[in-house]
Design a protein around this ligand. Structure first.
Ligand code: NI
Length: 222
């Protein structure tokens, strides 16, 4: 009896160890899978940017692929913007001037979120105020929507209160159909020569800080 029970005990122990080892293996396997999933998440680049097909200020169709090999500094806004866009575009232009010859590797791009009013002609007049190399892009409402979505840029038409109340008979105030502002995010995106997102500059970044940020990205890539 004594011998039998010992044998039973040994047998149970072996079985227990085997089951334990199996579950340990299962746990380890699950942990490795979880770690791999986490690593994949960390390595995956942020999904900002992507393909676009728009019309430049000369009326020519351009796509994101046309800028491969150059950095892109991308800003979304609109020409009727009272102050945010002029400030953002000025900072962008100053940052490129601060970079000097290095800045020539960067293509500044202004994409309108108000394609109804910002025709290529309007864009041509506007971009000339800021930087000689600034490209202004417009397109159909759908093309603009697709580009903004790729860059996760928010924009929305906001009618003035006067327009909403139908009190825009005065010629100076325009008509209810066209008297509106665009509410929009005003970040500046730096994209690499491969078209991939590098970083974003929040509205309010100084030209000096933007230039330093671009130089840093270039140095890291060289
Ligand atoms: Ni603006």
């Amino acid at each position: 009896m004594k011998r039998l029970s010992r044998r039973l005990l040994v047998g149970l122990t072996i079985a227990g160890v085997a089951i334990g080892a199996l579950s340990l293996a299962a746990i380890a396997k699950r942990m490795i899978a979880a770690r791999n999933a986490a690593e994949t998440t960390l390595v995956a680049p942020p999904v900002i940017g992507g393909p676009f097909s728009l019309i430049d200020q000369t009326g020519k169709r351009v796509t994101d692929a046309d800028f491969r090999g150059r950095y892109m500094l991308v800003y979304f806004g609109y020409t009727y913007c009272p102050d945010v866009c002029p400030t953002g575009l000025s900072v962008m232009s100053q940052a490129l001037d601060i970079l000097g010859p290095k800045g020539e590797r960067v293509q500044p791009i202004f994409i309108t979120v108000d394609p109804e009013r910002d025709t290529p002609e309007v864009m041509a007049d506007y971009v000339a105020n800021f930087h000689p190399r600034l490209i202004g892009l417009t397109g159909s409402p759908d093309e603009i929507r697709a580009a903004a979505k790729a860059y996760r840029v928010y924009y929305e038409k906001v009618y003035s209160q006067l327009a909403q109340r139908g009190e825009t008979e005065d010629a100076d105030l325009g008509d209810p159909e066209s008297d509106y502002l665009m509410s929009h995010s005003a970040s500046t995106f730096l994209m690499g020569p491969d078209g991939r997102y590098i970083r974003v500059f929040a509205y309010g970044t100084s030209a000096e800080d933007m230039a330093a940020g671009i130089a840093e990205a270039m140095n890291a890539a060289d």
